[in-house]
Design a protein around this ligand. Structure first.
Ligand SMILES: [Zn+2]
Length: 434
């Protein structure tokens, strides 16, 4: 019997709260939620950032194992560090590789950390980070070139660079075209509109609500594309969030505290600092990694961190590793709600208010994520729907982000080559299929 297809749609920053309190704004998602299986609470990973989270979703592993421990790399001398764009940085097996090896066709649209992967139809999330590169060139190198040229030719007019909501419009159009014409066995779609609006305007802002409504309309169009393609009856759908967000008003610049101790040396009039640091913070917004070189008094470093306003908790290296975060850090630092970390070194104080007139510029936010996943009221959520999924079911028991990939594998009848940290979520897949 032919295997049913799988379409996974990631609505970046969708939390349990959205499918609970904002559901009347999203009639299509409501219908899907009520028809299929809704796993209400999904606990994220340390840190709850987009790239580590999507990699945990698709590999079933924690960042300590898959290696995508942050969105960006530790590059103190770059104002804008490189992101973990490339598949080669992932040290675990993503489901799209398992699918491909089983002879299934795969497609991905802005799914994080897929650049240079062997996905059949891929538009990877990558943007030019060097002044001598441009969007077309970096995208061509990282994606399926002929496919990207074709998509850009047909739908490039929808896009204004990487600005929202136009980028999601472009991605949706490309995905619809592909669902209709290529009918992939596994399709991964990442829509970022609401996350962008939350960063800029706040978690429950009018702009975020409007983005939520736009996402609902895009979801409906994507599902309809499979009806037009004649694949709807044989397609399982997943609608998931990667993390939620928390409103913020204050920033913590840990590197300024470290510079005061002489542990790093700022470059004059720049946000960057010299390479020869002994202690450095590498922010994940709601949390921050702290790295040290050898010979540093860790007790003293911990003291300096703990004395900083807005710090709620300091995890040791062993505690961070145990929670699946980067095992190479010296500490993982948690901010209090309302605070977030930056890597900056040229600010007037270690802790400062976010100036409302600066919102929308680099690292100036009204809402962020990246906190530890156990923050109250912070869970994300997932909905399954389709021929192999139990109908009209609500699962109240908390699942984990790493359980999602193994559940997708179960739906596709696939097995990861290594044991995963997560397990298929019990009660989602119909019994004759599980
Ligand atoms: Zn995200």
């Amino acid at each position: 019997m032919a295997q049913n297809k799988l379409v996974v749609i990631s609505l970046d920053s969708m939390g349990f709260n959205d499918l609970d309190q904002w559901i009347d704004l999203a009639p299509h998602l409501k219908k899907l939620r009520d028809r299929g299986t809704w796993v209400q609470h999904v606990r994220g990973i340390f840190p709850t950032l987009t790239y580590p989270s999507h990699t945990s979703i698709i590999t079933g592993q924690y960042p300590a194992v898959h290696g995508i421990v942050n969105n960006t790399k530790l590059q103190p001398q770059r104002l804008s560090p490189d992101w973990y764009w490339y598949r080669k940085d992932v040290q675990a097996t993503p489901l799209y590789d398992v699918a491909r090896q089983a002879g299934l066709t795969t497609a991905a649209f802005l799914w994080p950390v897929t650049a240079g992967s062997k996905i059949d139809y891929n538009i990877s999330e990558i943007f030019p980070n060097r002044i001598w590169t441009n969007q077309v060139l970096v995208s061509l190198k990282a994606s399926s070139p002929w496919f990207l040229l074709q998509m850009n030719h047909r739908y490039g007019h929808l896009r204004h660079g990487i600005k929202q909501p136009w980028l999601d419009d472009f991605v949706t159009a490309c995905a619809i075209d592909t669902l209709k014409n290529k009918k992939p066995d596994l399709t991964l779609i990442h829509l970022v509109d609401m996350d962008s609006m939350r960063h800029r305007y706040g978690v429950r802002s009018t702009a975020a609500r409007a983005a939520w409504q736009r996402l609902d309309a895009r979801v409906a169009r994507l599902v309809d594309a499979t009806k037009a393609a004649g694949t709807y009856e044989h397609t399982n759908f997943v609608f998931l969030g990667d993390h939620y967000q928390i409103d913020v008003t204050k920033m913590i610049h840990l590197n300024i505290a470290f510079a005061k101790q002489g542990w790093l040396r700022p470059l004059p009039a720049k946000t960057t600092y010299r390479k020869d640091w002994q202690v450095t913070a590498k922010a994940c917004d709601g949390e921050s990694y702290v790295y040290v070189t050898s010979g540093v008094d860790l007790k003293r470093v911990r003291q300096v961190i703990e004395q900083t306003a807005g710090v709620s908790h300091v995890y040791s290296q062993a505690e961070a590793a145990q929670r699946g975060a980067d095992p190479h850090c010296a500490f993982l630092v948690e901010a209090k709600r309302g605070y977030y970390f930056t890597d900056e070194v040229n600010r007037p104080a270690v802790v400062e208010d976010v100036d409302p007139t600066s919102l929308g510029t680099h690292d100036r936010y009204r809402g962020v994520h990246g906190y530890g996943p156990d923050q109250p009221n912070y869970d994300t959520t997932i909905v399954f729907c389709g021929p192999d999924v139990n109908q009209k079911k609500v699962i109240e028991q908390t699942a984990h982000l790493v359980d999602e990939g193994p559940t997708f594998a179960q739906l596709l009848g696939l097995h990861y080559p290594q044991a995963t940290a997560g397990q298929p979520i019990i009660g989602v897949v119909k019994e004759d299929r599980s």
